[in-house]
Structures are given as C-alpha cells and as structure tokens.
Design a binder for this molecule. Sequence first.
Ligand code: FAD
Ligand code: N01
Length: 545
Amino acid sequence: MAGTSAHEPSQEAAPTLDAVVVGTGFAGLYMLHRLRTAGLSVRAFEAGDGVGGTWHWNRYPGARCDSESYYYCYSFSSELEQEWEWTCRYPEQPEILRYLNHVADRFDLRPDIQLDTTVTSAHYDEAAGRWLVRTDDGAAVSCTYFITAVGCLSAAQVPDIPGLDGFAGRWHHTGRWPQDGVDLAGKRVGVVGTGSTGIQAIPVIAESAAHLTVFQRTPNFSVPARNAPMSPQRQREIKENYPEIRRRTRETFGGFPYGVSDRSALEVSEQERQEEFEAGWRDGGHRLLFSGFRDLILDKDANDLAADFVRSKIREIVRDPATAEKLLPFDHPIGAKRPPIDTDYYETYNRDNVSLVDVRSSPIEEITPRGIRTADGEYELDVIVFATGFDAMTGALDKIDIRGRDGLRLRDKWAAGPATYLGVATSSFPNMFLITGPGSPSVLSNMPVSIEQHVEWIADCIGYLRSHDLGAIEATTQAEQEWGEHVNRVAGYTLFPLADSWYLGANIPGKPRVFTPYAGGAGKYRKRCDEVAAQGYPGFTLTGA
Ligand code: FAD
Ligand code: N01
C-alpha cells in the first residue's frame, strides 16, 4: 500500500524513468506510444490484467460504444486506420477491446506496460525535482513526468445499500463485470440504474432472464441507436475520406465529424421541426440532439420541444400506459445528462418477463438475503446488476495518494471541487499532467479525439521542456483560477447544470457539486491549447533544469 514506510524504496533507490503513465485505456496506450517514440523511458501501470481501460472492465451484456466506430478510434496512424475493419456502426465491447489490444501489439507497447499493478501514491520531491511513484506490489519508481490516464469513468460506484453483504444471490457492477461472464439464463435478475449502461443492458438481459425487474430512480431520455453492419462500400468510402473526416472531428464542438445546424428549433415551423426530429429518430444516434438544431442544449424552450417529442415516442412504444407514464422523464432537460442511445430499450417494457419499479416514489430500503426491499415490498432475485455508474472525473485520481509541492495532497486541494488549468495541469503539482482531466471537454466530446489532443499537447510540451533545457512546468494559480471561472461561466450558458448528473458529481453522496467538464467545445478548446503552446506556455511557470 501507499505510505512512507522505511521498508519502501526511497527516491534514490528507486529505478529512474523519464515518465510514468497510469492506465492503459485509449489515453494511456497512446501516451506511452508518443513518449516512447520521442525517445523517453516510460512505464505504464495498469490495475487490470489487460489493456483497454473502459473496454477491459465493462463487459456487461449489451456494452457497446455510442460514438460511431469509424471515429471512435485513433487517428494518429493512417496505416492503423486503413488496416482495421470495423464490423458495424456501434461495435460491441469485445470488438473495441480487440482493437485496443491490436494497437498494443502493433506498436509493440507491451514491454513497457505493467499489468495487475495499481499506482497507490505519487509524491513530488521538490529537491530532486522528481516524482516517486509507488505501486501496490510494494515497488516504487522515480520519474520526471507523472501522467494520469486513469479514465473519467473508471471508478465504479456501488451504492451503499444496507444488507448487500448478506445477499444470498450474486451481484455485479457493470463496470467490473466478470471476464468469464455471468449466466443469467432462467434467473430472476434485478437491474438497478437506468443510465446509458442500464439502458444498453436491460434489453439484452431481458432476452435470457426468467424475469427482469428494473429499479428506476430517474427516468431517462433515450434515442434509438439504429445499429447496422458496416457494408464494404461504406467501409471504402470512410477509408477514402479519412483525412477530411478527421479534420472535421478536430474542429467541431463534440469531436464528431458532422456539424451542428445553425437553425434554432424555435424559428422553424411546427412541421419542419417535427420532420427534423423524426429524421433524427429514424437515423438514430446523436443526430436528433446534437445536429438538427443549434440550441437544444442552450435554450430551455427549444429543449422542451425535443423532450416532448421523445416523450411522445415513449408513449407510442410502451403499451401499458402506467409503465409508459413511469418511464417519462420530466425532471431534467433532454441532453443535460449524457444522452443514452439504445436498441429496443422502451420496447423491452412490452415483454411479459419485465417489470419496472419506481424507486423514486418507493425507495430501496435494504437488500435482504432474498432480494431487494423497497418501501412497497420485497422483490426476490437471484442476481442483482448494479448499473449505477461511476465516481466520475475525479474518482480514480482520488484513490491515488497524490502529493505535490509542500506535501499538498491533490484530494485536499480539490476538496471543494477540482481546479485545473486547461484540464491538463494543476498548480502545486509540477510536471504532472492529467489526460482529459476536469476542466477539459473530455466526456462532453467523442473521447478519442479529446484524448489524442491531450496526449499530443502533453508530448509536445515535454518535448519543449527538454529542448529548452527546462526542468519543470507548473500551472500558475492565477491561470487556474481564471480557467475555472471560464469553465463555470460557459457551463452557465448551457442547460447542463439543470440536471442532477455525474457531470456535477451529483451521483456521489457528499461530493461537491461542481460542473467539471468544459462545455465550450472541443474544437475551440484545441485552438486555445495550441495558442498557449505556440506562445511559450503563458499561464504556466517554467523553471530551469
Ligand atoms: P479508461 O479507458 O477508463 O482507462 C483508464 C485505465 O486506468 C483503467 O484501465 C484503469 O484500470 C486504470 N487505472 C485507474 N487508476 C489506476 C491506478 N491507480 N493504477 C493503475 N491503473 C489505474 N466515450 C465516447 O466518447 N464514446 C463512447 O461511445 C463511449 N462509450 C462508453 C461506454 C461505456 C460503457 C463507458 C463506461 C464509457 C464510454 N465512453 C465513451 C467513455 C470512455 O471511458 C472513453 O471513451 C475512453 O475509453 C476513456 O479512455 P481512457 O484511457 O481515458 O480511460
Ligand atoms: O451511469 P449513470 P452509467 N438507487 O451515472 C442510478 C458512459 N457510458 O454507467 O439518475 C437507485 O449515468 C441512477 O439514478 P439517478 C456515459 O458517458 C456510455 O449508466 O441518479 N438508482 C442512474 O439511473 C455514461 O453517462 C455508454 O437517479 C441508483 C444510474 O444508476 C456514463 O458512462 C454506455 C442508485 C447510473 O447512471 C455512466 O453511465 C454506458 C441508487 N442508490 C456508459 N445509484 C455508451 O453507450 C445510482 N442509481 C457510450
């Protein structure tokens, strides 16, 4: 475990490296590749027993991405881009995991990856100008650059419900799903949670379970994914057009290759609006919310129209009016929580073996040996599936004892909410870089695009330090404060803060309520980061070797 025990290696005794990367998902793999290509000695530590991050851990039934395959992938290698064949629009978890394993092999990353190893602490030694990074196997390494690629959605959150230990059946969190699967055939299954994960898992679990009981606290808006196989012709078109596709993903708000219309939903006729919504519903995916009109996430009146449209679809699909009514979301604007996309989610409630329990009106009181007891009674279950999400944005960082200058602990510094400059660095923590940290567009974007942008910016910054014979870079408190104000101000122009979402930490009891991602758009954010680099890193203090 972390600590300062005399038995643990000291800074002097620890093997030295240029950089340590924590995590081997999309972010860690590419960071390792970039730094190694630049000639640095690097080791990546990974808590799991395989690479892939999100796609290593989230093996629940129905797990797949909701960004389309051809842009939910790396762009840094045109050879990789051309050789990899995606089978469909939204691939399932095993396919994405295969892709990330292919990347690890193709770029020969494995020799510098240490699996099954959790980084427990990272302490900055000011005198040495180095980080001492300790791991749960009792070892330590000393490095100049400490880079976290720990994931915004990697700290699985199991709710603290009394009685869970005494449950006689099995229970699993979707983000820690067993690698050998879970046999749900013929079982009485309970799913707690109706976020993106629950909405993906529920239709698939319903197909094999004897009975599925869904415990819903907050109804959610979902739009059909319309998944489909990738035809050879479509594959060819994409590969021929990759330079243009990638150019657009780097410039747009969300890192998607399609733009957003400049029309307001309020300025078109009722007929035009309905046609646009219907087209979005028919095409599937995020078009309905993020492409057809410019103001659905900015203007409550415009948003209400889209919300009404989706509620009308729910009423159309779900046959039992009482169930349909329970499924209608009214408590938050559509899109203000990360919008799920689904395959037959609402249709699943028409099955005889599925029932919906509203745990907002009758809360879960305890888990008994036989199942879940709500205020209304006991539901007997063989398996409980917690699709209850993550301690997002800061959860994985908080689990590491990170200490900067003067022994300042990151989790103490961030006790009232995270503070960063550009989401990539935080003052008092020299030479520490956060990939898709709080205050960057991260989870509001198609993440591989944001991840690549951060990795490249960090690699270039380290290259700059080395070529200018500089020892350290550190965000100034002023730049950090101004960036924090900007992030807050921009969030205030949107409807995001109106939902009790994990974007605000609202799903974690006691977590400060702060809107963490940057809502100003990934394209604009990239320009800002590029300007900072081009101007010699204003907002950072650079110190000599
Ligand atoms: P992760 O993939 O989370 O990897 C972080 C790794 O760090 C993990 O393997 C973890 O074990 C490791 N780690 C953490 N702490 C430590 C430690 N102390 N020591 C050692 N190792 C540690 N985004 C999209 O843009 N589009 C999508 O369609 C999409 N679908 C998603 C579906 C699901 C089910 C989930 C949960 C998320 C999805 N996301 C999606 C978000 C997704 O997390 C990112 O797209 C991306 O995979 C994140 O990559 P990452 O490398 O930053 O983090
Ligand atoms: O988690 P969530 P998720 N009792 O936090 C409920 C990405 N992702 O794993 O809303 C009862 O969104 C909670 O209820 P409420 C994506 O970014 C992407 O689904 O807090 N219920 C909610 O319904 C996503 O946003 C894909 O009232 C409890 C649910 O659990 C992020 O990961 C797929 C409860 C949690 O929803 C997280 O999604 C999957 C309790 N005690 C995930 N505690 C794609 O397709 C929590 N809940 C891309």
